[in-house]
Design a binder for this molecule. Structure first.
Ligand SMILES: [Mg+2]
Length: 444
């Protein structure tokens, strides 16, 4: 038997778990497991480099900047270092902290191996982020007893097959909301079981923003309604919540009662794009570099926007032109860093097209980005990145509301394809922007 970890956070839990291991409890409803790897990026670094083990380490951003802690090891967290803290601050409270450059590919490879272990316990697995999954084990494990046993097996298998330095916190509960809450209750290496009958008692012990989905802003709004506890949230008439929050009010109402019907969505039901790109057939063939490059910029901006909307970053830029004789020229370039900024994509794509030294007429321009990773933003804490992201997200919001290219880069104004091309050879992605052809684009 795997040694029981000290489940001190909730006193009833250790007892409960031991009881569950001896008695079979009939299950009503679902059994959902949430598994969260502890201090993941830092633990993977410590796994890879034994010299870092047992020491406070901080993982820096994915690029060259090292101004903010993107992830901290368990040892650093114990000394008060937190994610998003400046390196200056981190060094002040923990002078011997060691900083390591983040390496997404390393983490993704390790995640792959861990996910293969989870898959043995249920095919219904949702990869929630790079270090978290939900498993619906209702059909495969059937009882809480076997879920608890499996949780220990999973912990053991990760250590044995992937790395002894890797630990996870597991929450087992009747739904995703409660399972996520449970895994968060004991770190590192925790196991917390929340059964249906425990839910009301548990909800009395937690803060509103302990519930996944209630952020600082929602909490503030709830406080303004006089709702300061989860119990009050569950008790307030749903109409009041709908008044204030719209549809989201129904969800909040259920959250206040620890209810969550949302299914575990298996990863194979969410096809991940291998690349994101747009191409555009020019209204007439041209060798005017102004037209070709402004079209390329515009397409690059669209690709960037779509990537940001779906929370992707990419590392390989591919650019293509088709000549008036229908032959294509294309090439790709791998970048050192991940990007989602249209202008950065454009700069690379532009260089690729220049490298063709083609002076003839062009019929089609295309750009795409591959080598995609999703939800990588947690590593991006550099101040300049955050400024850029804020700007891009403001642009995205304005463009979402008023139509694409309402606000854009000044250089887009040169784009001759903005005028009078409705429908001509435009692909799906371009067609949306035609509504806004005549809109002026203020300089930013
Ligand atoms: Mg984690």
């Amino acid at each position: 038997m795997y040694p029981l970890t000290e489940d001190t956070f909730v006193s009833y839990n250790k007892h409960r778990i031991q009881k569950l291991l001896t008695w079979e409890v009939p299950v009503v409803g679902r059994i959902i497991m949430h598994i969260d790897m502890n201090s993941y990026f830092a633990s993977v670094e410590q796994q890879a480099n034994p010299h870092l083990r047992g020491k406070p380490i901080g993982v820096g951003g994915p690029n060259d900047g090292r101004t903010v802690v993107a992830a901290a090891s368990i040892e650093a967290k114990r000394r008060g270092v937190k994610s998003a803290m400046s390196i200056y601050e981190a060094r002040k409270i923990c002078p011997d902290i060691i900083f390591v450059q983040g390496d997404y590919h390393k983490y993704a490879c390790v995640t792959d191996r861990i996910v293969r272990i989870f898959r043995r316990y249920s095919p219904v697995m949702e990869i929630f982020s790079i270090d978290e999954v939900f498993l619906d084990v209702t059909d495969t494990l059937a009882t809480y007893r076997s879920a608890v046993k499996s949780a220990y097996e999973i912990k053991r298998a990760i250590k044995k097959e992937v790395g002894e330095w890797l630990t996870c916190s597991v929450g087992i509960a009747p739904n995703k909301l409660m399972a996520k809450l449970a895994s968060n209750m004991k770190k590192p290496d925790g196991l917390v079981v929340v059964m249906k009958k425990d839910i009301p008692k548990l909800l009395n012990k937690i803060e509103l923003d302990d519930l996944c989905g209630i952020g600082r802003r929602t909490k503030k709004n709830l406080l303004s309604l006089g709702i300061d506890t989860v119990a009050k949230l569950g008790a307030v008439p749903v109409e009041r919540l709908v008044d204030k929050f719209g549809k989201w009010g129904y969800l909040l109402h259920h959250m206040g009662r620890g209810e969550d019907e949302s299914p575990v969505v298996p990863y194979y039901e969410i096809p991940e794009p291998k690349s994101m790109g747009h191409s555009y057939t020019l209204p007439r063939d041209t060798n005017d570099p102004d037209v070709i490059f402004s079209t390329l910029l515009r397409l690059s901006e669209q690709v960037g926007r779509r990537m940001r909307a779906e929370r992707f970053l990419g590392r390989i830029v591919h650019a293509v032109i088709r000549t008036s004789e229908f032959s294509s020229m294309g090439r790709q370039k791998a970048l050192k860093r991940y990007v989602d900024d249209g202008y950065e994509i454009y700069k690379v794509a532009g260089k690729i097209i220049e490298s063709f030294h083609y002076r003839g007429a062009v019929r089609l321009v295309g750009v795409s980005v591959s080598g995609l990773v999703q939800d990588y933003y947690q590593l991006s804490f550099l101040p300049e990145d955050r400024r850029r992201e804020r700007l891009l997200s403001v642009l995205d919001r304005v463009n979402d509301k008023y139509g694409e290219f309402t606000v854009g880069r000044a250089s887009l104004m040169k784009s001759k394809v903005n005028k009078g091309v409705s429908g001509m050879g435009a692909n799906r992605a371009m067609s949306r922007s035609h509504r806004n052809e005549d809109r002026r684009m203020p300089e930013i």
